[in-house]
Design a protein around this ligand. Structure first.
Ligand SMILES: NC(=O)c1ccc[n+]([C@@H]2O[C@H](COP(=O)([O-])OP(=O)(O)OC[C@H]3O[C@@H](n4cnc5c(N)ncnc54)[C@H](O)[C@@H]3O)[C@@H](O)[C@H]2O)c1
Ligand SMILES: O=C(O)C(=O)C[C@]1(C(=O)O)C=C[C@@H](O)C=C1
Length: 382
């Protein structure tokens, strides 16, 4: 296993130039075969199809595969299809090693990658089975959504996101290049890590946040309707991923338990220290301890690159909308009339309030004009 530290394999590619020729299409003559046509698999399929790459799909669920094909993520393999040059395994972590083994056996000349959220456990399992892993290159796109399934797939899911590639020191350069091309074609930034480095890192930036978000949201269950009704952006921001699929996360957390348990123990100490200081804020030094802990949070959050993920490419404009029928429709129509392309939309609405906010994401270069034109038409912006 490579002992190299994390490093970018190619210059970070933060914007997806859809007109650029697909690196992958130039390198492979056959279709890319995706096994597992849920959120990740169908998103890979949609994104590669947009770049002109032929994609075939497989799933244990015939309905899922048909749905993903209907959405345009790829087609079914036929007997005429030659062996794929590349197989992408996008199945749940607990079956990932089995599916990789099957892919390596069925398509002995293909490069096989997977997108599972944990990298060490499947790799060790494949080693334990004594398989020849020269054609296997594990990977993990740091992009996803809180809900799975083909229906949630998006072609731009991976744009501007890191895509970790875990190669073995025996991995042939061409195999590495194929997986790297998938990431680049999908607008992601490939970078290299060992499986251990990967699992420790995602323990901190993905698995710990999932547990904390879920436990935080769980505190809302016994709360009154009135209390929950006051929820604002802070709670929404910190609990989005609490809607994630428990079954998938039981697998992810179980496969990365050692780093996650260490992180949870340390986090538990932080919580206890905070509660101690707050219990008696008049004791000497307590206020400073509270402030120090809060300002460590400021320093930590400042370290998150592109805090809002792919939306860092866009500028947000908050538009106040009256809580009357047709207001949002009118806003969207007027944006169209003004020739402003809305990249994303988020609505914030407090029950009982006469006003709501529409947070629209637009390209930075049109943001100023969008605000001026909307204000001219009588909209109030923040
Ligand atoms: N959801 C995320 O945000 C996210 C992000 C990055 C990576 N991942 C990883 O991607 C993988 C897929 O996650 P997802 O969110 O797309 O899940 P999903 O449930 O949306 O899709 C998984 C698909 O795999 C299929 N499947 C299960 N066992 C199979 C088998 N033996 N053979 C063929 N198909 C099989 C299921 O029918 C399902 O359609 C997981 O390993 C996950 O850790 C998920
Ligand atoms: O943003 C989300 O909804 C995610 O679930 C993304 C996220 C993450 O934690 O960043 C979750 C798990 C995956 O392994 C990779 C990405």
């Amino acid at each position: 296993m490579s002992a190299a530290g994390s490093q970018f394999l190619k210059a970070p590619n933060s914007t997806l130039d859809e007109s650029a020729p697909s690196a992958l299409a130039a390198r492979v003559r056959s279709a890319v075969h995706v096994i597992g046509a849920g959120l990740l698999g169908a998103s890979v399929g949609l994104g590669l199809r947009e770049r002109g790459v032929d994609v075939t799909l497989e799933d244990q669920s015939p309905t899922t595969v048909a749905l993903a094909a209907d959405y345009g993520a790829g087609r079914l393999r036929t007997a005429q299809d030659p062996e794929p040059a590349l197989v992408v395994v996008a199945t749940p972590p607990d079956v990932t090693a089995d599916v990789i083994e099957r892919a390596l056996t069925t398509y002995p000349n293909a490069v096989v990658t997977d997108v599972a959220s944990v990298k060490l456990a499947p790799y060790l399992e494949l080693l334990r089975r004594g398989l020849d892993l020269k054609n296997y290159v594990g990977s993990h796109p740091m992009a996803g959504r809180e809900r799975g399934g083909a229906i949630m797939a998006r072609a731009d899911l991976f744009v501007a996101r890191p895509w970790v590639i875990c190669r073995d020191h025996e991995t042939p350069a061409e195999a590495l290049a194929l997986v790297e091309d998938v990431a680049l074609d999908l607008g992601a930034t490939p970078l290299e890590m060992t499986p251990e480095e990967h699992d420790r890192s995602v323990g901190l930036v993905s698995h710990l946040p999932q547990v904390i978000s879920s436990l935080l949201a769980a505190r809302l269950i016994p709360a009154s309707e009135q209390a929950v009704g006051l929820a604002g952006a802070g709670l929404r921001d910190t609990t989005r991923i609490a809607s994630s699929d428990p079954e998938l996360w039981v697998q992810i957390l179980g496969a990365n338990r050692a780093p996650v348990v260490d992180l949870l123990d340390a986090f538990g100490k932080d919580l206890a220290s905070f509660a101690d200081a707050l219990r008696d804020p008049e004791q000497t030094g307590a206020k400073r301890r509270i402030a120090d802990l809060l300002s460590s949070g400021n320093r930590g959050v400042a370290r998150i690159p592109g805090k809002h993920g792919s939306s860092e490419r866009f500028t947000s404009i908050m538009v106040l909308i009256d809580d009357t029928p047709g207001q949002l429709g009118r806003l969207l129509t007027e944006l169209g009339e003004l020739g402003i392309n809305m990249e994303d939309l988020r609505l914030e609405h407090s029950p009982g309030a006469q006003i709501g906010f529409a947070e629209i994401a637009v390209l930075p270069e049109v943001a100023e004009r969008a605000v001026t034109d909307l204000v001219e038409r009588g909209w109030r912006t923040l």
